[in-house]
Design a protein. Structure first.
Length: 75
C-alpha cells in the first residue's frame, strides 16, 4: 500500500496541546514563518523537523499529516 501526504494537521495538534505556533517555534528554535509554511501546506516538513515537532507535541509523526492511501498496481 502506498501513502501520500494530504493536509498538514499541525494546527490541530497545537490546539489539542494548548500551544501556540509561536511557543512551538520558540521551543524548537525555529522561525514561526517556517512552522506557518508547514501548517498552510506551503512546504512539506522534512523528516527531521517532523520528528522534533512530534516529540515536542507528544504525538506520532504520522499524526502531523492526513495520510491518503492508494493501492499501487503490481505487474
Amino acid at each position: 500500500m502506498k501513502y501520500e501526504l494530504g493536509r498538514c494537521l499541525l494546527s490541530e495538534r497545537l490546539q489539542e496541546k494548548g500551544m501556540s505556533m509561536e511557543e512551538l517555534a520558540q521551543d524548537l528554535q525555529y522561525k514561526p514563518e517556517k512552522l506557518s509554511d508547514f501548517a498552510e501546506n506551503k512546504r512539506i516538513m522534512p523528516l527531521k523537523s517532523a520528528i522534533s515537532i512530534a516529540v515536542t507535541l507528544g504525538c506520532e509523526v504520522t499524526e502531523l499529516y492526513e495520510l491518503i492511501t492508494s493501492e499501487s498496481a503490481v505487474n
